[in-house]
Design a protein. Structure first.
Length: 481
């Protein structure tokens, strides 16, 4: 999609359709001949401007655009979802050139950003392996009341963030016969080369030399070799950053459960068990463009969790890179087994702050459903900064407990720790397991098992991978002081 921000009044905005936001119970006033029509639509009660409600008007009087789309925003306007829903509405009608206009009270940077991201995210369809992909928007042009110069930076940032999130969704959308660890590394290399980031890929032999036996244990049942993908961003040299942010993302390209195999029903979804890693790579693509004043390194352990004669067995004990031993009571609790070595390695390389994203547990979905990402931390200050970044980006994180009382559940008779607790508080004991390796480095763990994938399309977003936390991670880095 071609994107541009254009000057000019609402009457000049041209295209197959023009999106205008409509607050609940408040007809938009465009200062054009169609205002009377808009007032009548609201008076009829047929359209109220509720969140993600859409109305279509042909040949709006006094406007250059062929059609007008009213994008319902609700009472507290969420332009990301409103414009996402309007863009999907336009795309489903095969409109190709979309325009949008924001009135003065909705023309601030946060609204420009949200509206633009909404269009980019709403246009996305995970259909690139279908013989007949659905129709896409060809162009999007935004104009705002007031000085477009103010909106330009926000618009450019939104395009960067929306494209980065869609890149992460592309990675998550690929089936596991395509998206194996080697392919994920190839895509990461391509992204790094295009954006000028440094990339290093640690292969199986080197992982063994380094001593990441916990990570290797998960991969040993698969014919696909494991890799640790590392992507580095360094800020412009005039800044001498003292902080070094490490972003860690779980990338199990398929999770069969291993010998502790999963039920067949729903197993096909486990291609999305790499979405934490995809989010981190998407964030790096945005970070390369936004150039924040902090060093950021992405660590993406990529493995496939399979069943074979070589697969890891329940009861196996592995020695982690940290030196701690772990008894693998359940081979399906594999995320924490690849993450602990990666977290230790990130700390060895000098990361001062760590944030990880992982589709780690079904339990977090039981607790929070598909609305909130579960957040866990050993450092309230870092958590608050991440939470603030998430709020600015319209992403939802709910803080869950992460304290020592949960540690008992991970006792092992034969090793330093077991890799599972009891049924209860499963997402918390998983987080505690990771914390044992992160402490004392400030760390936040995000369990995105419920939010990285949509089981059904929403008005503003297609079914499938969502790219959750891409924007939050980029925002965290961009707002680093
Ligand atoms: N990848 C799964 C978690 C998951 C489950 C993500 C459902 C998305 C939807 C993870 O590797 C896993 O299997 N976790 C187990 C842990 C258990 C064995 C302690 C789980 O949640 O069932
Ligand atoms: Mn698993
Ligand atoms: Zn998994």
């Amino acid at each position: 999609m071609k994107t541009k921000i254009v000057p000019g009044p609402v009457s000049a905005a041209a295209g197959d359709a023009l999106i205008v936001p409509a607050l609940e119970d408040k007809a938009p006033v465009l200062g054009a001949a169609c205002d009377e029509t808009l007032a009548r639509i609201f008076a009829s009660g047929e359209f109220k401007g509720k969140a993600q409600e859409v109305a279509l008007i042909h040949a709006p009087a006094g406007l250059a655009a062929a059609r007008l789309i009213l994008a319902g925003c609700g009472k507290t306007p969420d332009l990301r979802r409103a414009f996402g829903a309007a863009a999907r509405f336009a795309r489903q009608r095969k409109f190709s050139d979309l325009a949008a206009w924001l009135p003065a009270d909705l023309a601030g940077a946060e609204h420009v950003e949200a509206a633009t991201e909404g269009v980019l995210l709403g246009d996305y369809e995970p259909d690139f392996r279908k013989s007949e992909p659905v129709s896409r928007l060809v162009s999007f042009s935004l104009s705002v009341a007031g000085d477009p110069a103010d909106a330009e930076a926000a618009f450019a940032r939104a395009v960067v963030l929306g494209e980065a999130q869609n890149f992460a969704r592309d990675l998550g959308n690929e089936p596991s016969n395509v998206m194996n660890p080697t392919e994920l590394a190839n895509r990461a290399r391509l992204m790094a080369n295009q954006t000028g980031l440094e990339i290093e890929i640690i292969d199986e032999d080197r992982l063994r030399q380094l001593g990441m036996r916990s990570l290797l244990g998960v991969a040993q049942g698969s014919a696909e070799p494991p890799l640790l993908i590392i992507v580095r961003y360094l800020p412009p040299t005039e800044n001498t950053p003292k902080d070094h942010l490490g972003l860690v993302g779980k990338a199990v390209t398929f999770d069969s459960g291993g010998i502790s195999i999963k039920p067949a029903d729903g197993m096909e979804k486990m291609k999305y068990d790499m979405c934490g890693g995809a989010a981190v790579l998407g964030a790096m693509q945005a970070i390369a463009a936004l150039k924040p004043p902090v060093a950021v390194t992405a660590f993406v352990p990529a493995v496939e969790n399979m069943v074979s004669g070589q697969a890891q067995r329940p009861g196996d004990i592995v020695k982690t890179l940290s030196g701690k031993t772990v008894e693998v009571l359940n081979t399906d609790a594999e995320g924490r087994l690849i993450l602990n070595d990666t977290i230790t390695y990130a700390r060895q390389l000098g990361c001062t702050h760590l944030v990880d994203a992982a589709t780690l547990t079904g339990s977090v979905v039981v607790a929070l459903g598909h609305v909130y990402t579960g957040g866990y931390t050993n450092d309230p200050v870092l958590f608050d900064r991440l939470q603030a970044a998430a709020r600015r980006q319209g992403e939802k994180i709910w803080q869950m407990p992460c304290e020592e009382e949960y540690k008992d559940a991970l006792k092992s008779a034969f090793a330093d720790m077991a890799n599972i607790g009891t049924r209860w508080g499963g997402s918390i004991t998983a987080a505690w397991f990771l914390r044992e390796f992160a402490d004392p480095t400030p760390w936040v763990h995000l369990d995105v098992a419920g939010t990285a994938w949509l089981d059904e399309a929403k008005a503003w977003m297609a079914k499938g991978p969502t790219g959750a936390m891409v924007r939050t991670f980029a925002e965290l880095a961009a707002s680093w002081r």
